[in-house]
Ligand binder design. Structure first.
Ligand code: G6P
Ligand code: MN
Length: 456
């Protein structure tokens, strides 16, 4: 089986390759084709993968290319994990937004819109090529903003594109542990919303499928503050909500504090990662052999994970990340589990970004939502979830309307639609600010030159 990774020079590729190396089952991936625009980054990642594969019998073969069509031909699965504009672009997304006093996070608020505007045309081009060159391939999208980008691609690939994120899995696992569920991996999670905008409303243990265990958590102060989301949001606010929100909702519920923390930080997340990653890639470029590459990569990864959402934790007084929380949600395992379920028709239940098809009745069937899905050889089928509360429905509808404006702008080149996207976002407080944001982003990103005032 052949897996193509777009963004193959990306820092998280060794996570995926590591999961493939541990997969010994029949029908596993035997060839990984890495595609990237940047040869040096491809060479760096290839060094790490070679070090990882040392001594592993039958390790999947790795090839590298800068030709997209070559990479796509013959693929059974395509993982898309690209970053249009690079980390420099991410840092600019933050800077322009903060200059206007609003949030510039890569997936939430103005920053997410700017990143979406840059990424949608590229993702659409990829989707069209996949439809032409590898029509039977399944596309697994990691590219952020993941829900929006998956929806853009689904207009060309239908249900053959599935978006993934590790944050709902991590949240579910942490909450199930705090509840003392014997087998957290088998618990049924009533989680729903959009990517980075979802809520966990119920947890059902395997051996007692009829009883929602989550309400008991709100009565237990110690358990409630024993995990990352509990410390970020605080026990009292979680009790008010009666659900556990995805960590990215911290940017909504504590917007003023997170914007201030970002403003006061020595460096924004994007700027920190830009510098940290540049050091890593420079180090790889200086090496003549693969030996030691994996250890260097792993040190960089550990530092990246330890500092994840540091400003939010500081704003919340949540302290350092706990050892349990440091364990990533395991996005590589979500990707692998998804691929295995499809390739081998092994039924699995995973929280994924797919077309709603009636799951969230407030949205149309083609709207991409993040919900638990049953996966088999025919793809991912959303499962029923309990209805959204009024508050949840309000946010989901507002943010989906913003995403639709980004998609319209991406497809038509309309600057007016782009301004509307910024202006309608709940975390942007004025149409005037929205206009200035688009101007600021257009000066910062050559990739936004396609947006024209005359276009509809
Ligand atoms: C979480 C999110 C991802 C994001 C990742 C890395 O896992 O769900 O969407 O890409 O964190 O964040 P970072 O700030 O390290 O790039
Ligand atoms: Mn994510």
């Amino acid at each position: 089986m052949r897996l193509t990774i777009l963004g193959g020079g990306g820092f998280r590729v060794p996570l995926v390759y590591g999961a493939l190396l541990r997969d010994r089952a029949e029908g596993r991936v035997t060839h990984v084709a890495l595609h990237d625009l940047d040869r040096a980054r491809l060479a760096a990642v290839a060094h790490v993968l070679a070090d990882q594969a040392a001594g592993v019998p039958d390790a999947p073969a790795v090839s590298v290319t800068t030709d997209l069509d070559d990479a796509l031909r013959g693929a059974d699965f395509v993982f898309s994990a690209i970053r249009v504009g690079g980390l420099e672009g991410r840092a600019a997304d933050e800077r322009v937004a903060l200059a206007e006093g609003v949030l510039g996070q890569e997936t939430v608020g103005a920053g997410g819109i700017a990143y979406g505007l840059r990424t949608v045309p590229v993702a659409v081009d990829i989707a069209r090529r996949v439809a032409r060159l590898a029509p039977d391939a399944w596309v697994i999208n990691f590219t952020n903003p993941a829900g929006l980008v998956t929806e853009a691609m689904s207009r060309h690939l239908g249900e053959r594109v599935i978006g993934i994120c590790d944050s709902p899995v991590g949240l579910g696992r942490r909450v199930a542990r705090a509840l003392g569920v014997a087998d957290p991996a088998r618990a049924r999670l009533d989680y729903t919303g959009l990517n980075h905008l979802g809520w966990l409303r119920g947890v059902y243990a395997d051996d007692e499928p009829g009883r929602n265990l989550l309400p008991a958590l709100f009565d237990d102060e110690r358990a409630l503050t024993s995990f990352e989301e509990g410390r970020l949001f605080g026990a009292e606010w979680l009790r008010s909500l009666g659900s556990v929100p995805n960590e990215y909702l911290h940017y909504y519920y504590f917007n003023r504090e997170t914007v201030t923390a970002y403003r006061e930080a020595k460096q924004t997340r994007g700027a920190f990662l830009r510098d940290q990653q540049a050091r890593f890639y420079d180090d790889m470029a200086d090496r003549t052999s693969a030996s030691g590459a994996l250890a260097a990569w792993d040190r960089t990864r550990a530092e990246r994970e330890a500092t994840y959402m540091a400003e939010n934790r500081e704003a919340a007084g949540a302290g350092e990340r706990a050892a349990d929380d440091l364990e990533s949600g395991g996005y590589e395992y979500v990707a692998l589990a998804l691929m295995r379920a499809i390739a081998r028709d092994e039924r699995a239940t995973l929280i994924l970004n797919v077309r709603s098809r009636g799951t969230l009745p407030l949205l149309d069937d083609a709207a991409v939502v993040e919900v638990p899905c049953r996966v088999d050889a025919a793809g991912a089928h959303p499962l029923a979830v309990s209805p959204l509360t009024g508050h949840e429905a309000g946010l989901v509808a507002a943010v989906k309307a913003v995403e639709r404006c980004v998609l319209q702008a991406g497809e038509s080149g309309s600057a007016r639609a782009a301004v509307k996207a910024f202006a309608l976002h709940p975390l942007v407080d004025s149409v005037t600010v929205a206009r200035r944001l688009l101007d600021g982003y257009r000066s910062a990103h050559p990739g936004l030159a396609y947006l024209k005032s005359g276009a509809r």
